[in-house]
Write a protein that binds this ligand. Structure first.
Ligand SMILES: N[C@@H](CCC(=O)N[C@@H](CS)C(=O)NCC(=O)O)C(=O)O
Length: 222
């Protein structure tokens, strides 16, 4: 099969692209990255040339097109079972899938008030109605998983797709200086120090695109 392609948005801002990219890297797939600037006036038309859903990420693997972060994770878990995208234990796997799906379908207050912006430091920003409830639920998930994990630094011990789903939240909590307890702070630090997190973040910090719809304070940190 020809080399696969991963269509992503700007690394500084595109949290769903980050999740898809982490999964692709964990699966060890050699992809060509195609970045669509989500700040361009015609970005939606450009996205539509890649997928009718007009969203990123999109994975194109031969004649297969997969256009949603969670679908990409499931596809990769199916074709690369050896990569450990999901925990091997069936109970842990059921839980990992549940928290990944919860991330995918929930936390709208947090996602809109605290957009991912790796270049920024905005302590205290984004505390809109409903955000603290989202933070509390996420922190509960992390604490419960870490308390149950038998070793390792991540939600289920070794890195899995559940960590990929929450990695952009770890970035947001750093940007907006969300207070964490010792257990969840250790988890967040482990994610931020993971080589794949750092590789994406390093690339994000070098970008100079400004995507206005994802800027909440009207300024960019220099
Ligand atoms: N549920 C989708 C969400 C994808 C999504 O909303 N991606 C954003 C970028 S992070 C996007 O494509 N935005 C462009 C738009 O909404 O027009 C997934 O998990 O992939």
């Amino acid at each position: 099969m020809a080399r696969a392609t991963l269509i992503i948005g700007n690394k500084n801002y595109s949290s769903w692209s980050f999740r898809g990219w982490l999964a692709v890297k964990q699966a060890g797939i050699d992809v060509e990255e195609v970045l669509v600037d989500l700040g361009e006036p015609d970005f939606a038309a450009t996205l539509r040339t890649h997928s009718e859903a007009a969203k990123v990420p999109v994975l194109i693997d031969g004649d297969r097109k997969i256009w949603d972060s969670l679908a990409i994770i499931e596809y990769l878990a199916e074709i690369h079972p050896e990569a450990g995208l999901w925990p091997s234990d069936v109970s842990a796997r059921a839980k990992a899938r549940s928290i990944a799906a919860e991330m995918h379908s929930s936390f709208n207050a947090l996602r809109s008030a605290m957009p991912m912006n790796m270049r920024k430091s905005l302590p205290g920003w984004g505390r809109k109605p409903g955000v603290q409830e989202d933070i509390d639920r996420i922190v509960d998930i992390w604490r419960e998983c870490r308390t149950a994990a038998d070793g390792g630094d991540f939600l289920f011990g070794a890195w899995t797709a559940a960590d990929a789903m929450y990695a952009p939240v770890v970035s947001r909590f750093a940007t907006y200086a969300v207070e964490l307890d010792d257990i969840t702070k250790d988890y967040a630090n482990a994610v931020r120090n993971a080589p794949l997190f750092k590789a994406w973040e390093d690339a994000a910090l070098q970008e100079d695109w400004i995507v206005e719809m994802d800027e909440i304070d009207g300024t960019t940190r220099t």
